[in-house]
Design a protein around this ligand. Sequence first.
Ligand SMILES: Nc1ncnc2c1ncn2[C@@H]1O[C@H](COP(=O)(O)OP(=O)(O)OP(=O)(O)O)[C@@H](O)[C@H]1O
Ligand SMILES: [Mg+2]
Length: 262
Amino acid sequence: MTSGTASQIAYLARVLKAPALRDSAERLAATARDAGWTHQEYLAACLEAEVATRGAHGAENRVRAAGFAARKTIEDFDFDHQRSVKRDHILHLATLDFITARTSVVLLGPPGTGKTMLATGLGIKACQAGHRVLFATAAAWTGRLTTAHRAGRIQQEITRLGRYPLLIIDEIGYIPFEPEAASLFFQLISARYETASVIVTSNKAFSGWGDIFGDDTVAAAMIDRLVHHADIFSLKGDSYRLKDRDLGRIPRPAATTPRDAQ
Ligand SMILES: Nc1ncnc2c1ncn2[C@@H]1O[C@H](COP(=O)(O)OP(=O)(O)OP(=O)(O)O)[C@@H](O)[C@H]1O
Ligand SMILES: [Mg+2]
């Protein structure tokens, strides 16, 4: 490649905002010469380099925008430690068919059993596949919905959230909902029913949700919508956080026993 052509490509790539194309054009030209590529094959390889970089950047941006509490991946999940979830089942979810089908995932179980890690791992997979995702704790979602409600724009907010194919609601159960928050939450779940996916985690079995939401009727209607099209997991066992620590018996509230989380 002459230096004139190289600088023309650099200029055109800059105009097109295609830095990977600029960086790979010369390197790929050498490969093309050595391997005897056609002009079309060379052009395809250059464009592919740009598209791959954009895809990676897009995924990274989506992961950052999702607001995960930590970066945890399905690949790092130790299925030998957590035997109450089947690796194949999670790997199937990781194909993200559930997002296309607009169904949901519910992860129930005591503290430290991997609920947030699995929810995050699936969320990151979704970001990498091009889906927009938002992650927050139930308490943070409550704050967001309440702010929108008080500003008279709850409908707009729920519609805006509808543009996210996946919302993750972590930690339902640690903090009880005020009646207003419970009703807003119900509206969110109801709006997404059969239209978009949610992943929900809770340390409480469904039988304890009436107490969390302060209203058995609202809780029952919400559970009804959530479980109609959902993969539900009851994680069991001791906390992974305490796995190598000898702290004696940890208190476990009755409603969080694995048997209840059905
Ligand atoms: N099976 C596992 N393999 C690898 N790491 C795990 C596993 N289970 C849990 N962990 C790790 O242990 C810690 C606690 O897990 P996680 O946050 O997912 O628990 P949780 O079920 O959401 O608990 P909580 O109800 O307290 O929020 C995290 O650092 C997580 O990465
Ligand atoms: Mg958690």
